[in-house]
Design a protein around this ligand. Structure first.
Ligand code: OKV
Ligand code: MN
Length: 238
């Protein structure tokens, strides 16, 4: 049966080569056999510009561009600066942060998921700041070593802040979920970000609907498969 695959939250970085290796194997074994691959953000743990010469970025771009299926990318809260230059090198098409797909007869809304976490006001303020186009332009004009230094500082501050946040605050807000699904008249929402893989059943406009949440790639991989029969959440060992 024709199928489309979705992944998110791999958080690839030099320090975790096993996850990168798992991703390479996923690309060869699974992603070669689907209609399209959608990456819903946080493919990378950090992103400070397409000009970063990290070998990991080249390796991933080469593997993605070798895939015989179309690859789409929505930014996450970590790799939100990933730009057109890197997307083009990887053969990925960049999509808007909320994108509606009409797939196998279903209206499927896809997004990273961070914008649904409206209870985390500290994070939403951070997001508003670093999403300002002028601030992004200034940041990208800085020399690489300075961007690295600023990014390391911000990551350190954020880790400290997260230690005092409850798990409830870091999950999605139910009203935000219902609002966005109603707005797009979507029967399925697929997102990542919360690292709480699950398929939730809900009612939108008195119709049954589903919210499918992708898992992060820590000790195993996570993907969502969409076909004519609906969504399934699949975990796999490398
Ligand atoms: C990504 C997150 C670090 C969360 C900085 C302007 C500014 C962009 C940036 C720097 C940091 C991304 C690009 C990174 C996500 C963190 C810490 C918390 C919660 C500026 C535009 F402000 F300095 F001018 N950044 N990096 N965080 O290291 O990838 O998502 S990052
Ligand atoms: Mn995220």
């Amino acid at each position: 049966m024709p199928r489309t695959l979705f992944i998110a939250d791999l958080h690839l970085c030099q320090e975790e080569p096993a996850i990168t290796a798992g991703f390479m194997r996923f690309l060869q074994r699974e992603a070669t056999d689907c209609d399209a691959l959608y990456i819903l953000g946080d493919l990378f743990e950090s992103w400070i510009g397409d000009d970063d010469p990290a070998p990991l970025h080249r390796q991933v771009a080469e593997a993605l561009s070798a895939l015989p299926v179309p690859v789409f990318f929505i930014h996450g809260n970590r790799d939100f600066l990933l730009g057109k230059a890197y997307a083009s090198r990887s053969g990925m098409t960049l999509l808007a942060e909320e994108t509606l797909l009409e797939c196998y007869g279903q209206r499927v809304l896809i997004m990273h998921g961070d914008t649904l976490c409206t209870d985390d006001q500290g994070y939403q303020r951070f997001r508003q700041k670093v999403h300002q186009p002028w601030l992004q332009r200034v940041f990208l004009m800085l020399p690489l070593f300075l961007r690295q230094k600023i990014a390391a500082r911000l990551r350190n501050d954020s880790q400290q802040a997260n230690q005092s946040k409850s798990l409830q605050i870091m999950d999605v807000n139910q009203q935000a979920v219902e609002q966005v699904m109603e707005r797009y008249r979507a029967s399925v929402l697929i997102h990542g970000h919360t690292h709480r893989p699950e398929i939730h059943f809900l009612q939108i406009n008195h119709q049954p609907a589903e919210r499918a949440v992708l898992g992060a790639w820590h000790h195993q991989g996570s993907m969502i498969q969409l076909d004519a029969s609906g969504v399934s959440l699949i975990a796999f060992r490398w």
